[in-house]
Each structure stands twice: as structure tokens, then as C-alpha cells.
Write a protein that binds this ligand. Structure first.
Ligand code: ASP
Length: 436
């Protein structure tokens, strides 16, 4: 197959053309045209992905658990999953802290730029502050209450309720283990068939991915550049060093932590792994949403890496809701960047507080665009930094979101491979994207 027919290259081409179109549209005054006639195709693509997320998780998890035949296996896998998610998040924050302290990007922000950034983005942070306040006011055990829905259909009507759907699927799967085989089998067969159909639909949707990505990126560029390209260039110059610090920390996390994770738990090479999930990484980057990328993560881990369904159908949806390593890196770098910019020195105790609160904040971050910046408020409040400081980084927030979401996706898939290897649930028969 010629290289340009392979899906990941087509997505890359869509991405580059979207960038080129976005820049052209700004110059040619076609920003409104892009918003009216190109953006909707990006929205359709994301909607289509989100549409299948809940049925896919429900069907594949019910089948996966029913096939486990043994509930102790599930609790062992659950414990390992949560444990590895938390440990990798802690490392993510430590890497973020080291990079931001060594590079000190905040020290390079001229006071006049700081002033103008604060003025331009002041209004935008008001909502953010209130949203975070609502989260802080909740009881610490509220998240447990949230996992158990009082009505399944209500839970399944909102993608943000993914953990509730996971909970119901686990209950159903366990129930199926405990009823007679002849009663259970027809229902398992229904979910099994539904699962196969949805995985097929993922393939159909992925045919549209290059066009969807084109539309999404064109829209991001137009929104960023708006009517005033010179302002965007100024922003990129002012915040460029900070952006580079975030990206370096994200890359270090990916290459050091996941490499180590694979060395300890799996025989798969990091490169083979990254190649297997290429389309998922590109989609995470283009959509800025782990939840929207979930169906593709599941398809790639199963078909591209040989992970068995009973592992991927549990570890990935939980990860897409709870595990945000990229967001954790981002929150650590950004919190310290803001303190550097406003000339505040952080004590060791405050840096430790960042580790603790950023772990919680990244867990609480939803897998949707810009959720990480809302939860950053919690980290800033914990170290007594004025929340208004967020205004400093809003200018390039979307680009940062794209990068951190790509790492969130990589992190979820990496933990899935590690758990599958530990549980002996990874086969050597997989279809690489290239041979499809
Ligand atoms: N957009 C990220 C995600 O979906 C969350 C964040 O804003 O950090 O994974």
C-alpha cells in the first residue's frame, strides 16, 4: 500500500492542510466562512466518535467481565489499574516540576507583556474560577457517590458519566457470571454482537478522520489567529518558552516513564507501541478530548497491539475519565510558571502541595477540551497563588490542550498494555494499521 493511503499519514495530511487552510483563511478574510462551513464537519466527526463511546464501553465491558469467569481477577486488575494510574501521574508531576524549575520560563516574561496578558484575558477566567469553586465545595467522598447512578438511562445519556456506565457494566458482567450458563449466554451473545458492530462502526468513522481533523485544525487556527494575526505571533513569542517547557516535560514523561513501565511489565518496545496507536495519538491531538478518542484507543489497543478485550474494555474507559498524565505535567509546569512570572518563590512544602493537589486535580479533570485549565484553579488555590494568574497562559491554552491530550491518550494505552502483559492478556496476533 502506498504510504499516503495509510490512515495515520492521511490524518497527518489532514492536519497539515487544516493548518495551511487556517492560515490562508485568516489572510484572505475567510475566518467566518471557515466557522460557518468547515467547523461543522469537525463537530460532526467528534459527535460521531462520542456517539459510540457509551454503547461500546457497555457492550465490550459486559462481555469482557462475563468472560473473565472469576470476580477476583477483576478486583486484582482494578487495583493494579488504579495503582499504576496514580504512580504514573505522580511521576508526571515530578517531571513537570523539574523541567519548569530548571528552565524557569516565567523569569523570561517581560513585565509589560505580563500586564497586557492579564488585561486581555481577565474576563475569560471568571467562569473558570466559579467552575473550580463548585468542585472544591464538594465533599471529598462525593466522587464515590458519583460512580453509582440512581438511574441507568440517565447515566448513559451523558458521556461525562462514563464511570457510572463502567459501574453498571461491571455489575451486569458479574451478574452474568453468577447466573446459569444457558440463561447468561443469550445476553452475552447480544452484547458480543453489539460490540462487533460498534467496532466496525469505528472503522467507518475513521475513514472520515482525515476530513474531520482538517476541519478541527482549520478551526483552531482561525480561532487562535482571529482577525489579528500579529497579536497571535506576539503571544507565541511571549509564551513560546513556556510552551516549549510544557512540550519538553510531556516528551520526557512519555519517553522516560512509559519506557520504564514497559521495561518492567511488558516485552513490547515503546516504538512498536507508539506505532500501533498512531491514529489514536493523532486524534487525541486534533480533538483535545480523551473521551472522544476512547473508541479509537480501544480499537487500536485490541487490533493494533493485541490486547484482549477484557483488559482494554475496563482499563481504557477508567483511564479516559481518571488518568490524565499529560494534564498532570501541564498543571505542574503551568502552576510554577505563573508563580515565576509574578515573582513568587515557592517553598519545598508548596512544591509538595503541587504534587498532591495536581494528582487530585488531574483525576478530577474530565476528558474534554479545556477541562485541565479549570482544575488548575485548585492547584493554584492550594499554594495561595492568585487565580487571575491563569490569564497569563490562556492565549496558547488550546495548543497546550492538544499536546497534553495526546499524552493522556498515550498514557492510557501504555497502562493498558502493562496491565494486559501482567495478566497474560496480550496476544501476538494483531493487525497493524499498515496491513489492514
Ligand atoms: N483535554 C484533556 C483531555 O481530554 C483534558 C484537559 O483539558 O487537560 O484529555
Amino acid at each position: 500500500m502506498p504510504w499516503y493511503k495509510k490512515l495515520h499519514w492521511q490524518i497527518v495530511i489532514g492536519l497539515i492542510l487544516g493548518l495551511v487552510w487556517g492560515l490562508f483563511a485568516i489572510q484572505a478574510g475567510l475566518a467566518e466562512f471557515t466557522d460557518d462551513f468547515i467547523r461543522p464537519f469537525g463537530d460532526i466527526f467528534i459527535n460521531a466518535l462520542q456517539l459510540i463511546a457509551i454503547p461500546l464501553v457497555l457492550a465490550s465491558l459486559v462481555v469482557g467481565i462475563a468472560n473473565l469467569n472469576d470476580v477476583t481477577k477483576l478486583s486484582r486488575m482494578g487495583g493494579k489499574t488504579i495503582g499504576i494510574y496514580i504512580v504514573t501521574s505522580i511521576f508526571a508531576i515530578i517531571i513537570g516540576l523539574v523541567v519548569v524549575n530548571v528552565m524557569a520560563p516565567g523569569d523570561f516574561l517581560p513585565p509589560e507583556t505580563q500586564q497586557s496578558l492579564m488585561e486581555s484575558y481577565q474576563q475569560d477566567i471568571e467562569g473558570t474560577d466559579e467552575d473550580a469553586e463548585a468542585v472544591v465545595d464538594r465533599s471529598p467522598l462525593e466522587f464515590l457517590v458519583d460512580i453509582v447512578p440512581e438511574n441507568f438511562f440517565e447515566a448513559a445519556s451523558e458521556n461525562a458519566n462514563m464511570l457510572q456506565v463502567v459501574f453498571v457494566a461491571i455489575l451486569l458482567g458479574i451478574g452474568l457470571i453468577y447466573v446459569k450458563q444457558e440463561k447468561a449466554q443469550p445476553l452475552i451473545n447480544v452484547f458480543d454482537a453489539l460490540n462487533d458492530v460498534i467496532i466496525k462502526i469505528v472503522d467507518f468513522i475513521m475513514i472520515l478522520a482525515p476530513y474531520g481533523v482538517f476541519a478541527l485544525i482549520a478551526n483552531v487556527i482561525v480561532e487562535l489567529g482571529g482577525d489579528d494575526m500579529s497579536r497571535t505571533i506576539e503571544l507565541l513569542q511571549a509564551l513560546g518558552f513556556y510552551g516549549i517547557a510544557v512540550i519538553i516535560a510531556l516528551l520526557l514523561h512519555t519517553f522516560i516513564i512509559y519506557f520504564t513501565l514497559f521495561k518492567i511489565f511488558s516485552s513490547m518496545s515503546l516504538i512498536r507501541f507508539l506505532k500501533g496507536i498512531r491514529p489514536a495519538i493523532l486524534l487525541g491531538f486534533s480533538t483535545s478530548s480523551s473521551l472522544a478518542t476512547l473508541p479509537v484507543m480501544m480499537e487500536r489497543c485490541e487490533k493494533g497491539l493485541g490486547v484482549k478485550e477484557e483488559v482494554s474494555s475496563f482499563v481504557l474507559p477508567v483511564g479516559a475519565t481518571l488518568n490524565m498524565d499529560g494534564t498532570a505535567v501541564y498543571q505542574a509546569v503551568t502552576a510554577v510558571f505563573i508563580t515565576q512570572a509574578i515573582g513568587m518563590d515557592l517553598t519545598l512544602a508548596q512544591q509538595l502541595t503541587i504534587i498532591l493537589t495536581a494528582v487530585l486535580a488531574s483525576i478530577g479533570t474530565a476528558g474534554v477540551p479545556a477541562a485541565g485549565i479549570i482544575m488548575l484553579v485548585i492547584v493554584l488555590q492550594a499554594i495561595n497563588v492568585p487565580v487571575e494568574g491563569i490569564a497569563l497562559v490562556l492565549g496558547i491554552e488550546r495548543i497546550m490542550d492538544m499536546c497534553r491530550t495526546a499524552v493522556n491518550v498515550i498514557g492510557n494505552c501504555a497502562v493498558t498494555v502493562a496491565i494486559a502483559s501482567m495478566e497474560g492478556k496480550i496476544g501476538d496476533t494483531y493487525i497493524t494499521e499498515d496491513s489492514e
